[in-house]
Design a protein around this ligand. Structure first.
Ligand SMILES: [Zn+2]
Length: 322
């Protein structure tokens, strides 16, 4: 199975303790009625499942219709090997406990972002696909629940090439899962990805679709602008999505955990390939969000991952919107 190659890649960046239990740890979103003016397509999931359990959470970015699309979950043991590397696990546990979280495990959600813009359908990251190290692979079902089929997606924006972001690019059979979509990623990230032998099949499959961009480039003028945030990977990129005066900052893996990464941005994360650079850019992205007050979309924070970052002491705090 081609996904195994992705898992090999991911093995280099993640050593997670995947728990067998399927209980969701993230707080459920309030209700979809709290989201302003859901798109007509939102009627589909609302009619078939309670809104609070929907895997397609509708919201607006200015005039744009957007959906948080649940793909899955990753659980990471608080063992000093992944988050807070070099910190006493008791210190990590105390931080988690103060936030009302379990102290033995850190939960990461996975939720790619869908945005509709003037005839284009934009997808930010593609989830983990079928892998053993995450309970994932729900993106296509979530997309369907949002009223969108894979062939309608026109543009994919990758934050970086780790498996929980590129895992949904190919089908189980190894074909393009989004056959009509251009694949945008930074030129530096594309170079890094092409150098990874373990993802050669994925690279070959997406090569005709890839449109590399430069740091800070306006990829969809007036709508999507790249925000350089390297360090987690060589060309890791955040994205600013705009509509009128509204802004949403898609932070990718600039921050992974809504408590540990935000409140202690300087702590070493095993996933970060260049730790000093990743720490600096984690701080920069969080400071930018706190200073501007702009909304943030965090692909790994509790579903649906929409909220604000506020300064708190020497760090920051996550204030979820839902
Ligand atoms: Zn990730």
């Amino acid at each position: 199975m081609s996904r195994n190659r992705l898992s090999i890649l991911v093995a280099a960046f993640v050593s997670v303790a995947v728990l067998g239990a399927c209980s969701k740890q993230e707080p459920a979103p309030s209700t979809e009625t709290s989201a302003p003016a859901a798109a007509p397509a939102a009627a589909t999931p609302a009619a078939t499942a309670p809104a609070a359990q929907s895997d397609a959470f509708a919201f607006k970015i200015g005039a744009l219709d957007a959906f948080a699309l649940k793909d899955g979950d990753i659980d990471v043991a608080n063992d000093g090997k992944t988050f807070g590397v070099g910190q006493p696990t008791a210190d990590v546990a105390a931080l988690l406990s103060a936030a009302g979280q379990p102290t033995d495990t850190m939960h990461l959600s996975i939720q790619p972002l869908l945005v509709r813009s003037e005839g284009r359908v934009l997808l930010f990251d593609t989830g983990a696909g079928e892998v053993t190290w995450a309970r994932a692979g729900r993106l296509q079902a979530s997309l369907h629940a949002a009223g969108v089929e894979a062939a309608q997606v026109t543009d994919i924006f990758l934050s970086h090439h780790h498996g929980d972001h590129v895992g949904g690019l190919l089908t189980h059979e190894g074909a393009l899962a989004f056959p009509n979509a251009a694949v945008h990623l930074s030129a530096a990230e594309w170079d890094a990805m092409k150098a990874e032998k373990d993802v050669a099949a994925l690279v070959a499959a997406i090569t005709p679709k890839v449109a590399p961009f430069q740091p800070g480039e306006a990829i969809v003028p007036g709508v999507v602008t790249a925000v350089a945030a390297e360090g987690h990977t060589p060309g890791h990129s955040a994205y600013e999505i705009a509509s009128g005066n509204e802004r949403l900052l898609y932070i990718g893996d600039s921050a992974h955990h809504f408590v540990v990464s935000v409140q202690r941005p300087d702590w070493v994360v095993q996933y970060d390939e260049d730790s000093p650079k990743a720490v600096a850019n984690r701080r920069a992205v969080l400071k930018r969000a706190a200073d501007s007050g702009e909304r943030v979309y965090a692909v790994h924070f509790p579903f649906p991952g929409i909220g604000h970052v506020k300064a708190q002491g020497d760090g920051f705090v996550w204030v979820p919107e839902n």
